[in-house]
Design a protein. Structure first.
Length: 171
């Protein structure tokens, strides 16, 4: 049995440099996030955005124009790090923590996600398992979109591609 305090880690290496990768992950969140499967409003969701500052919200726009707050930005250090509380569809009192870092890796960027705070949830063990596959899919979508961004020296986006590889789990 795992401890609810175990940190869930996922990472992916993408082609763009840290500045572009950070910008896509934060300002471009609505361009790549899989809202149809990973949101409060599901297929009917109208969008998601991250407000770029400490205290900013991660917020989904619902079909009726209302909002579902997924979390609050707790660290904002472009292009190196963003962190936020995380509670989409659950009470804020059960918020977990997510930290995403961006480090140069060869000609691209290593994007590392750490999700912790599972003990705050009554279903912490089960939620951690579910998020393990969820973050794999989400980072895969991010990598797909990042693969279409121009790299340094390129003038046009490359068609298709997954950046420089699929997301990988870390123990």
């Amino acid at each position: 049995m795992m401890s609810t305090d175990d940190v869930l880690r996922r990472s992916v290496t993408v082609t763009p440099g840290p500045e572009d990768a950070f910008r896509l992950f934060t300002a471009g969140l609505g361009e790549w996030w899989p809202l149809a499967t990973h949101s409060v409003g599901r297929e009917a969701s109208r969008g998601v955005l991250l407000e770029p500052r400490v205290g900013g919200r991660l917020v989904e726009t619902l079909p009726d124009g209302g909002a579902a707050v997924w979390g609050t930005v707790t660290a904002w250090d472009p292009p190196r790090r963003v962190a936020f509380t995380w509670h989409p569809g659950t009470p804020e009192a059960q918020a977990t923590r997510v930290e995403v870092t961006f480090r140069p890796d060869g000609t691209g960027t290593l994007v590392e996600l750490a999700h912790s705070g599972w003990a705050r949830r009554a279903d912490g063990d089960r939620a951690r398992v579910s998020y393990g596959s969820g973050w794999r899919l989400v980072l895969g979508r991010f990598a797909d979109r990042a693969g279409t961004l121009p790299s340094e020296g390129e003038e046009k986006p490359r068609p298709g591609g997954r950046g420089r590889g699929a997301p990988r789990a870390q123990p």
